[in-house]
Design a protein around this ligand. Structure first.
Ligand SMILES: [Zn+2]
Length: 203
């Protein structure tokens, strides 16, 4: 395992229990009726920002994810994530690997590279996000890499709430795998019971 000379944390393993403990301790595992970024509804929501507001948590999780991704592929040229949720994750994974950290953001509804960020043709890239639900954001970020001529060699997330069912077509890892049902709004049992979904962070 290569250590970045700048990494304050060893690229240790964190097991699923340790990761979820951080979420519970910081109130990041919410119960209710939520509208997820994917548009799906769910009774549970993982507010990763509450875990990552403590820089030492971000560094530990990023270091652990970097270590797991290095088991899948060699050190990439850069790490990239979708804004906003993935930015801190990419930053900490990149710090642990000693490489650049980029983010893609929406312009006219399409994820794109802005701010002068560049990916050179042939650049090997790790794509990360905070919580993977359907894999939609990661997939879109992978397309940003591919459009620039880069190659996605691995994908990673702090949490996979799809029960490991999501196939992105590249090696993929998560620090914790949960199976949390998420429903299209018209099939949502919570909507049917009369409650209203809200987007976490909007109140
Ligand atoms: Zn609902």
């Amino acid at each position: 395992m290569e250590l970045s000379p700048f990494s304050a944390f060893p690229l240790d393993r964190m097991n699923q229990e340790e990761v979820l403990e951080l979420f519970i301790k910081t109130g990041a595992l919410l119960e209710g009726h939520f509208r997820l970024t994917s548009g799906l509804h769910s009774a549970r929501y993982l507010q990763c920002a509450l875990v990552l507001q403590y820089p030492e948590n971000a560094a530990a999780l990023g270091g652990a994810l970097a270590a797991r991704m290095r088991e899948l592929a060699s050190v990439p040229a850069l790490v990239i994530a979708p804004a906003l949720g993935g930015i801190l994750v990419a930053h900490e994974v990149a710090r642990a690997l000693g490489v650049r950290s980029l983010f893609a953001e929406r312009q006219d509804g399409v994820l794109t590279l802005r701010r002068g960020f560049t990916i050179q043709p042939g650049d090997r890239c790790f794509v990360v996000e905070d919580v993977l639900t359907t894999g939609g954001s990661t997939r879109e970020t992978m397309e940003v890499v591919t459009r620039a001529g880069g190659v996605v060699t691995a994908a990673g997330s702090i949490i996979d709430r799809s029960g490991a069912r999501t196939d992105l077509g590249v090696p993929r890892v998560a620090l914790a795998v949960l199976d949390v049902p998420a429903y299209p709004p018209d099939e949502c049992p919570l909507c049917r019971a009369g409650s209203q979904a809200y987007k976490p962070g909007s109140r």
